[in-house]
Ligand binder design. Structure first.
Ligand SMILES: *[C@@H]1O[C@H](CO)[C@@H](O)[C@H](O)[C@H]1NC(C)=O
Ligand SMILES: *[C@@H]1O[C@H](CO)[C@@H](O)[C@H](O)[C@H]1NC(C)=O
Ligand SMILES: *[C@@H]1O[C@H](CO)[C@@H](O)[C@H](O)[C@H]1NC(C)=O
Length: 276
């Protein structure tokens, strides 16, 4: 979620010529200044030069559960999606030695992580940012579970899942995945998430330290702040939001999630993968 004034992040990407050309060919709308240059320049790199975009690697052993960042993806509270977030600040076509893109986007964009400072101002002031998150929690054995599709995540629902003690990382697949909400550009408040009592039940009755979910917030819209407060109070639980969980069988995997080391940021885009 992104209820706080969005902390905007501007990062300079030094892209290789090949990567930038590939990005330009595949996602012209992210580079509107390129589109104006004309299609012929895009194919200048050579006909048939086409990158492979994958959801799984190594014959399915590695599964990418992060969403691709696109201008059409949903963004908290917005009707028209994320919008343009990439800009080619220096271009070889305009005489630069290399192509250099800049990006500007809310830190809670796409697949992302929340740090304790997100909903606790004193934690924010004390520096509990994404750089302080425990990589041992963000990486390790994880359970992908399907939850009942007709309810938000209440205490009753949590109890019904019978998640064994000792399980430290759980990715909850909900109706959000079936509704393909992460592919709809309009932000939808009717997504499924944790109600306060569900969060409390999980904190008090399980050993879960990584909570993953398939839309922009682990907390249902109606319990937005209360559920976040329950999860983040101890500063031991890490919330990973906006996961891409379709086409993955439920079960046990090893999860790897790596946020950017953004000093002072209470959220960060994150790359998450599952390994069979
Ligand atoms: C980046 O540089 C290459 C030259 O190596 C060029 O072919 C390509 O069109 C450039 N990409 C952009 C987006 O300007
Ligand atoms: C190159 O420069 C021209 C003129 O300043 C500008 O209109 C164009 O958008 C630039 N193209 C890129 C790819 O930056
Ligand atoms: C979950 O809660 C949201 C409000 O936060 C509501 O709009 C939605 O209908 C609920 N979903 C289900 C499946 O009950």
């Amino acid at each position: 979620m992104n209820a706080l004034p969005p902390l905007l992040l501007a990062l300079l990407l030094i892209a290789t010529a090949a990567a930038a050309a590939a990005a330009a060919a595949a996602n012209i709308e992210a580079y509107p200044n390129i589109a104006k240059v004309g299609d012929c320049s895009v194919s200048d790199g050579g006909e048939g030069l086409k990158p492979i975009r994958r959801e799984v690697y190594d014959g399915g052993r590695i599964i990418d559960i992060s969403h691709r960042l696109t201008s059409d993806m949903p963004s908290w509270g917005l009707e028209d999606g994320l919008g343009q977030f990439l800009r080619l600040a220096a271009s070889m076509k305009n005489g630069s030695l290399a192509n250099n893109s800049e990006m500007k986007l809310p830190t809670h964009t796409g697949t992302h992580v929340d740090a304790p400072g997100h909903v606790y101002d004193h934690y924010f002031d004390a520096g509990f940012d994404v750089d302080t998150l425990d990589l041992a929690v963000l990486n390790g054995p994880a359970l992908l579970v399907d939850v009942p599709k007709d309810k938000n995540l209440t205490a009753e629902v949590m109890e019904s899942l019978h998640i064994p003690k000792g399980v430290r990382r759980v990715l909850f697949r909900t109706l959000n995945t079936d509704r393909r909400l992460m592919y709809k550009k309009e932000f939808d408040t009717s997504y499924v998430g944790f109600m306060r009592d569900g969060a409390k039940w999980l904190v008090e009755n399980t050993d879960i330290k990584l909570v993953g979910i398939d839309y922009l917030s682990v907390a249902a819209y109606d319990d937005l702040i209360p559920s976040h407060l329950v999860f983040l109070e101890s500063r031991e639980i890490i919330l990973v939001e906006g996961l891409k969980l379709e086409d993955v069988p439920a079960g046990v995997y090893t999860v790897h999630c790596l946020p950017l080391r953004l000093l002072g940021a209470e959220g960060s885009p994150i790359r998450c993968i599952l390994i069979k």
